[in-house]
Design a binder for this molecule. Sequence first.
Ligand code: BG6
Length: 474
Amino acid sequence: MSIFPEGFLWGGAVAANQVEGAYREGGKGLTTVDLLPIGADRFSIMQGNIDTLEPVAGAYYPSHEAIDFYHSYKEDIALFAEMGFKALRVSIAWARIFPHGDDEQPNEEGLQFYDDLFDELLKYEIEPVVTMAHFDVPVHLVQKYGSWQNRALVSFFENYARTIFTRYKDKVKYWMTFNEINMLLHLPFVGAGLVFREGDDKKQIQYQAAHHQLVASALAVKLCHKIIPGAKIGCMLAAGTTYPYSPNPADYLEAMDRDRDSFFFIDVQARGAYPGYAKRFFKDNDIVIEMEPGDEEILRHTVDYIGFSYYASRTTSTDPEVLGKTTAGNVFGSVENPYLPKSEWGWTIDPTGFRITANQLYDRYQKPLFVVENGLGAVDTVNEEGKVEDSYRIDYLQKHLEQMREAIEDGVEILGYTSWGPIDLVSASTGEMKKRYGYIYVDKDNDGNGSLKRVKKSSFHWYKKVIKTNGGSL
Ligand code: BG6
């Protein structure tokens, strides 16, 4: 018997820039992610070090074609429907709707594309779950205004929000404002289009941009509730609990502080005010947030649910020797945890951490959770029979879903689970195609070669059964 609630939203999650391609078609403007090449410079650019705000000749930009979902979405959605998806999380590319970000009128072709996409989902009774900003700022806003460090972006985003809520009010009931809003602190160009020059006070700029995004997010919540009564709008956190490496209280405090770097955003979005520890942090670091009269009131428009991604837990320490042994983990570096295995990309694999994270978030906010990303990035190979046997992915997902079930038994309210990249897509951190998450294989490699043909992997059939039994087969 399944303990998953009836109507549980099983499905998958993608982002416009990682699947659509067609980066200049349909009137779309250039976005920040279109400037991320594959290769050595990528990570530095993602941190805000970029000289030219246009594609450089000779470089390869994976987002420009991605997996061509812009043209193949009908076939791809049919495959999701075959798996029995109840929900698909997609994002709207802001620059398809407002190519420059500050245009007076929206681009009808862009609006129509998402109308068609949502219609196709609804045809199969798949609920669209829509992220308003998933790592893509219109480049013009970076050039002209310095992106989110400028207050002007709040009203551009508000205009964008009003436009899409009004247009899709009869089609979309689940919304999310900024994807992994806490990424702004780790990859500022990705999270907020921030570019730094020598001598910049980076922390000050990042937190001022964060304030603008938090105000914009709260305004979107307010508008959504007004324009689409009954809709639910959430925030989105790159989650993953931080363990202290040892029982030394100093390590515990360090772990608490690292978690608070992230909780800071959600505390504002879910509780409606800046937490006390943030005020102390600003004071200790000489950060002064410029607020406009009325901002505190705007922030009181809190989200309906907490959307989050979970890939890995993190571990921290105050011991310099321990700190020397680090591993990757969804961009959040972590000390190696001796109890846990790692993926091929060095991300810690910790299903129990998933249960802990869900409980922690629910204890803290007492709002429904929505798991909007989880999955294993791995190298897949097509065998001689043309099949992809991804038992390692099934194993990862099975263990994580068992822990999600435990969390539900713990009393945590969860609206749904959309695993990351149900179809192979471009990796956000590395730009690779080789790092695959899908139930559906896409024939394309890191250099852009391949037929783009889709192949069902073993995990396709496994997930189909999970959904059919509403988690009973786990
Ligand atoms: C999250 C992002 O950080 O993790 C996704 O919201 C991203 O956009 C996902 O793709 C997995 O990360 P990566 O780097 O393996 O693609």
